[in-house]
Design a protein around this ligand. Structure first.
Ligand code: UDP
Length: 412
């Protein structure tokens, strides 16, 4: 790893080799060899913030280092466009759609504007999520391969929004979904592309024990007693009150502590309300640490995760659940609800324990606290599971394999 004069850590492919084994990187180089010099264009709607930007920030340099010529373009639009695409997002997740009928024309006008601005002439064009999906209009006979990468759960979309978007989606060569449960019946090929984490990022890299100790001290957490942690936005669907009730049950049997750490409460009115409810419910228990963290807290979150005895994710609904991926990567015994993408990650009694209620959550935590050897084994197996399926290197491998497959497909 190179550290620049400004103190920025530059991550190189070889750094992944050191961490994951040289063969992992050698394999990536071998798969990428026939693709050297091929052009790729990734298009999404934001350069920072959110999981998609976070993945592209790492994926693009990795593919470039492997010899592909990658462009990353971000579409632009006014507030009216992003209000509409936010409404699309909620509607595609099964919510209501209350925007006026002209919203579809506004959406298309902004896509048209971006179509005129962007090159869209690469051999592989990967369009992320619904916002830029109508860019497919730029497709010409015999031009590159067009892929639609859907990061959201499309299993129960609002019919009006989906029937508007579907004709565009069906013009792509394939669609990538994060989980089989998130996909739909489509007449184009669909591929499973798990989300991923970067093991070398601030959120996930190994930390010095002294730093972890200093974070615990900063938050007045006792390093000697068991620590249960849930990292999540203060959102009802993450069920922080349920976590607190599970902790209160466990506390009758074990002298443990609870961390509920999350951010977003300051700029989300509902987050503020939920945070206040949790504070009330904790009734001043000095062993409950409710931490409202600013957005630049990756290292602190990493330290809290590394310091935890057990990590909980008691969501009532969930997307993929990257906090679970992060916990498993850190070899933490994990107790999580069987919702969304969590069961793909937490294979019950193999990589962690699943639960379906407050009582079930408390029961599984007590089981793990009473059986540290089993807890350790689950943590190890969880780490292996993430290593095989949910790292940035696996994600890059999937893209490379898909590109090879598409080239081959055309030759036949
Ligand atoms: N996260 C964070 N700060 C917080 C709460 C969460 O950085 O205060 C991170 C967390 O570590 C994870 C992501 O945000 O990387 C949350 O992703 P997940 O899929 O678990 O849930 P979402 O918030 O997208 O529903």
């Amino acid at each position: 790893m190179t550290i620049t004069a400004q103190g920025i850590r530059l991550i190189r492919l070889d750094d992944y080799g050191q961490l994951l084994g040289e063969s992992e990187v050698a394999e990536l180089r071998a798969i990428a060899a026939p693709l050297r010099g091929r052009t790729v264009e990734m298009v999404n709607s934001t350069a920072v913030g959110g999981g998609v930007a976070e993945i592209l920030n790492r994926l693009v340099p990795v593919l470039e280092e492997l010899g592909l010529a990658v462009r990353w373009d971000v579409i632009t639009g006014g507030n009216d466009f992003f209000e509409i695409t936010k409404a699309f997002h909620n509607a595609l997740h099964g919510g209501d759609y209350k925007m006026p009928p002209e919203s579809f024309d506004v959406f298309l006008a902004y896509n048209e504007q971006n179509r005129a601005r962007l090159q869209l002439d690469a051999e592989f064009i990967v369009i992320h999520d619904p916002q830029p999906s109508a860019l497919i209009e730029a497709r010409r006979e015999g031009s590159g391969h067009w892929i639609w990468r859907c990061h959201i759960d499309l299993s129960h979309p609002h019919p009006a929004v989906w029937s508007f978007l579907e004709p565009y989606v069906l013009r792509y060569d394939g669609a990538l979904f994060s989980s089989p449960e998130f996909s739909r019946q489509l007449s184009i090929p669909q591929y499973l592309f798990y989300p991923c984490i970067d093991p070398l990022s601030e959120k996930n890299r190994d930390l010095e024990p002294e730093y972890v100790g200093s974070v615990l001290e900063h938050f007045a957490i006792d390093p000697k007693r068991p620590l249960l942690t849930q990292i999540s936005r203060f959102d009802r669907l993450k069920d922080p009150l349920g976590v607190l009730r599970a902790y209160q049950i466990v506390k009758r049997y074990f002298d443990c502590q609870l961390v509920l750490a999350g951010g977003g409460a300051a700029d989300d009115p509902e987050g503020g309300v939920v945070l206040e409810e949790v504070r009330q419910a904790a009734q001043g228990d000095p062993d409950v640490h409710i931490l409202d963290l600013p957005p630049w807290s990756a290292l602190e979150i990493n330290a809290l995760q590394q310091a935890s005895t057990i990590i909980i994710q008691k969501s009532l609904r969930e997307g993929f659940g990257l906090t679970v991926t992060e916990a498993l990567w850190k070899k933490k015994p994990t107790v999580a609800s069987a919702v969304g993408g969590i069961p793909t990650q937490v294979i019950h009694k193999h990589t962690g324990l699943l639960c379906h209620s407050v009582e079930g959550c408390a029961y599984q935590i007590r089981f793990l606290l009473s059986n540290p050897a089993i807890a350790e084994r689950l943590g190890e197996q969880g780490h292996q599971h993430v290593r095989e399926h949910f790292l940035i290197t696996s994600n890059a491998r999937r893209y490379l394999t898909l590109f090879l497959h598409l080239l081959d497909f055309r030759r036949i």
